[in-house]
Design a protein around this ligand. Structure first.
Ligand SMILES: Nc1ncnc2c1ncn2[C@@H]1O[C@H](COP(=O)(O)OP(=O)(O)OP(=O)(O)O)[C@@H](O)[C@H]1O
Ligand SMILES: [Mg+2]
Length: 310
């Protein structure tokens, strides 16, 4: 697979080196993939995206886009020459101009190209409307259309789905994924939301304190987290001995198991129960679908084979 973006030893500090937001980052994006940088607030995601776009100057390192170095010791290509486009969190549509003008803003695309993009983003018939006359999904598509009309090599998305209520967010992210995939765009998506990352991404990088801790598919990083931070960031774990941890869904309640325990608490989460079981002086979290479990009940447990070792 062709690498469309390559990041080598990228470093960035703020405030005279006090805050390290990029600690020698190395990453690559394959053509056509949705790659997500997932991290908590302040982990350095936006700064990373801005460095790729040319809006923030790295201290050192190298950035290549489609085999062209856009940043290195002696090179710093202007943002508008990097062939990247950004979709911001609030879409940043201009309220006083219509859809067509928003899409064409700052672009020298032809009428034919506009027609083409309206078609591809399912905005045909809406071109004369103003942003306030559009639904959330349509606004997102205008932002997307504006970003991709100049055929960028990479689309950068900075938390476009945050601050939106759950129901609409689920619709928007499904549309976003379908649109990006059907147009075969390479996208770098950044978010603090694990579920959005799992839903959208071909691969995910976990960022923390300016470091990339792990890169992999959602399944790889969930099942084989690089360290305890990644394990806990992606889901719950219980410590079972000095170096071993287990996720709640990998503990089974079964009658012929060896290990005994008593149910201390049961929380109903809709599609499953989360049960706290006291066993060998340890509180274990266990996920179950059994409607008949009761607090105080004695049960037997077996551990599945997905034990995490750190
Ligand atoms: N221009 C700046 N000057 C000084 N410090 C900055 C600057 N920009 C960002 N920072 C600091 O760098 C760190 C990373 O910020 P960044 O915006 O990249 O985080 P983020 O992961 O995008 O967070 P969020 O999820 O809240 O958007 C933070 O501690 C932030 O305060
Ligand atoms: Mg940010």
């Amino acid at each position: 697979m062709k690498k469309i973006v390559e990041i080598r030893n990228l470093r960035k500090t703020f405030c005279k080196g006090d805050i390290c937001v990029a600690n020698s980052l190395n990453l690559h994006l394959f053509e056509g993939e949705i790659f997500t940088v997932l991290g908590t607030s302040g982990s350095g995601k936006t700064t990373f995206l801005r460095m790729i776009a040319g809006l923030e100057k790295p201290d050192s390192g190298e950035i290549s886009i489609d085999n062209r170095i856009v940043f290195s010791k002696n090179i710093d290509i202007e943002p508008n020459q990097r062939e990247v486009a950004i979709v911001f969190q609030n879409y940043a549509l201009l309220p006083h101009i219509n859809v067509a003008s928003n899409i064409l803003f700052g672009s020298n695309a032809t009428k034919k190209e506009l027609e083409d993009i309206l078609e591809k983003t399912k905005l045909k018939g809406h071109e004369d409307k103003y942003p306030h006359e559009l639904s959330g999904g349509q606004q997102q598509r205008v932002a997307l259309a504006r970003a991709i009309i100049n055929r960028p090599k990479i689309l950068l998305l900075d938390e476009p789905l945050s601050n939106i209520d759950t129901e609409l967010r689920n619709i928007l992210r499904a549309e976003l994924k379908e649109m990006i995939k059907s147009l075969n765009i390479t996208a770098l998506f950044i978010t603090h939301d694990k579920e959005d990352a799992f839903f959208l991404s071909d691969r995910i990088a976990i960022m923390h304190g300016g470091d990339i801790l792990q890169v992999g598919t959602s399944k790889e990083i969930y099942n084989n987290p690089a360290d305890l931070y990644c394990a806990k960031f992606l889901g719950k774990v219980t410590k079972i001995d000095e170096k071993s941890y287990i996720r709640p869904e990998n503990i089974n309640i079964c009658e012929n198991a060896e290990r005994e325990g008593v149910i201390k608490d049961i929380i109903f989460y809709g599609s499953f129960y989360e049960i706290t079981v006291l066993s060998n002086n340890q509180n274990l979290l266990v996920h179950s679908f059994d409607d008949n479990l009761k607090i105080g009940q004695k049960i037997k447990l077996s551990f599945g084979n997905k034990i995490l070792k750190f």
